[in-house]
Design a protein around this ligand. Structure first.
Ligand SMILES: Cc1cc2nc3c(=O)[nH]c(=O)nc-3n(C[C@H](O)[C@H](O)[C@H](O)COP(=O)(O)OP(=O)(O)OC[C@H]3O[C@@H](n4cnc5c(N)ncnc54)[C@H](O)[C@@H]3O)c2cc1C
Length: 417
């Protein structure tokens, strides 16, 4: 951003811009990028020296297909922006889709039911062999996508009767979710922020905390920061799970908790190359589009009966592969106002065991473990709250902020006068 020194307070922040965004995670950056595209001058501030929040700790999976209702609209609307800014800002992205692995007939039924609700080709049912091939588990080539069954369950590989999950093999089929995207969570927000900072009318300032919000004198609102005040016509406060630290009453009204998740990274076994994100039965228990299907209660009962430990840790057994080959493995869910920082080794071990079962390998080499935290609410998956004139708090209060960030930002920026 080219700054006029005449209008700069000593802090180096501009005295006034059209839009201030607080928080340089994906939700804040999506708002900033789309505001800049609209020709508005934008300042992003983040309290940290670089983004280390939820947006770098996740799977980098834009889980578009498994959303429903308004979230599906937002996820679908955001897809083009993910790809557009990937081309412009240079972050890695892939239209890999996702594979959902089924190990029982009930799981297959859930996948089939979702396929029947969607346009042809969006959800492609896979035979067992096709699913294994997409997991890199056989020497066989996957059948071309066009040849995979798109309606009904393939008789090839489908079990005659329901079977218990088999941790060593037992894959009976699956589905490919065509529209899902992947980005690299470790690099995406840093690249997007750096690119934004190079744009003519945008700036990103780190190590700058928002401390308070007031009425402006030259613009609608004033942001009090640790480096001085900035005025703006509109302020989006996108601080993720820390929304309760700035706006405790709003967070209490929306019943916001912190959801903490255990994650691990592992070396790819045997040069494994995995294009899609990989989801499993517990994923189908969490994402809205699956949860509302007729067979969802049967699946819930089945997992409860056959693998209750996974439900005890709130597991969503899933994994993705970064461009450098590293596998990102997860995850568990625990809900508290203040997240307990201690990671239970038994939780990581359980997740690792089930993922090894899906991959058909033993002894994955874990290279990193970490805790991720996102905002969670039983009131609804999105918090968009007017704090005062010209100041809006925006927080995705479910574990889908990568998926819906750009769609939500498009909606909010379009609503500006
Ligand atoms: C382990 C894990 C896995 C996940 N997997 C997925 C997935 O596969 N797909 C998906 O769609 N979603 C996923 N999510 C959810 C997703 O990561 C989050 O919803 C999303 O990243 C939230 O983005 P955010 O910008 O709101 O928050 P954050 O990325 O946490 O960013 C908030 C920023 O605000 C800054 N900040 C806070 N307070 C202030 C202040 N007062 N002043 C200035 N700056 C401040 C912080 O420093 C931080 O950089 C996952 C989350 C986790 C933790």
């Amino acid at each position: 951003m080219t700054q006029n020194p005449e209008t700069q307070p000593p802090s180096g922040l501009p005295a006034s811009v059209d839009v201030v965004v607080v928080g340089a995670g994906i939700v804040g950056l999506a708002h900033a990028a789309l505001a800049a595209d609209r020709g508005l001058s934008v300042l992003v501030i983040d309290r940290d020296h670089r983004a280390v929040g939820a947006s770098i700790r996740n799977f980098g999976h834009c889980c578009i297909t498994a959303q429903t209702g308004d979230l599906y609209e937002l996820a679908t609307a955001g897809r083009k922006h993910w790809l557009d800014f990937s081309a412009r800002a240079g972050y890695w992205s892939t239209e890999s889709g996702a594979v959902v692995v089924a190990r029982t007939a009930t799981e297959l039924r859930v996948l089939q039911e979702l396929g029947e609700r969607r346009e042809p080709g969006q959800i492609v049912l896979l035979s067992a062999a096709q699913t294994l091939a997409r997991l890199g588990r056989t020497g066989t080539n996957p059948a071309p996508i066009e040849d995979a069954p798109t309606a009904g369950i393939s008789t090839e590989g489908a079990p005659a009767e329901d079977t218990a999950p088999d941790q060593s093999a037992g894959v009976v089929g699956g589905a490919w979710l065509r529209d899902d995207l992947r980005v690299d969570p470790r690099t995406t927000v840093a690249q997007l922020a750096a690119w934004l900072d190079q744009q003519q009318d945008a700036a990103v300032r780190w190590n700058t905390s928002a401390l308070g919000f007031a009425a402006g004198t030259t613009r609608t609102a004033r942001v009090q920061t640790s480096r001085g005040d900035v005025e703006a016509d509109h302020v989006f406060v996108c601080v993720g799970h820390d929304v309760d630290l700035l706006f405790p009453e709003v967070a209490a009204e929306h019943r916001i908790d912190r959801c903490s998740l255990q994650m691990a990274a592992a070396e790819a076994p045997g040069g494994l190359e995995l294009a899609p994100a990989v989801l499993t039965a517990t994923s189908m228990l969490r994402y809205g589009a699956f949860v509302e299907l007729p067979s969802a209660p049967a699946l819930q009962a089945q997992v409860q009966a056959e693998d209750p430990e996974l439900l005890d840790i709130g597991a969503n057994v899933m994994f993705t592969q970064r461009p450098d080959g590293t596998l990102l493995l997860g995850d568990s869910h625990a809900y508290q106002k203040t997240a307990d920082p201690f990671l239970a080794e038994s939780t990581t071990d359980l997740l690792l065991d089930r993922i090894q079962g899906v991959l058909g390998v033993e002894n994955l080499t874990v290279t990193e473990r970490w805790q991720g935290i996102y905002a969670s609410s039983d009131v609804g998956p999105l918090l968009v709250a007017d704090i005062r004139q010209g100041v809006t708090a925006v927080s995705v209060t479910a574990g889908i902020g990568m998926t819906v960030s750009f769609g939500l930002a498009e909606r909010n920026i379009n609503a500006l006068p």
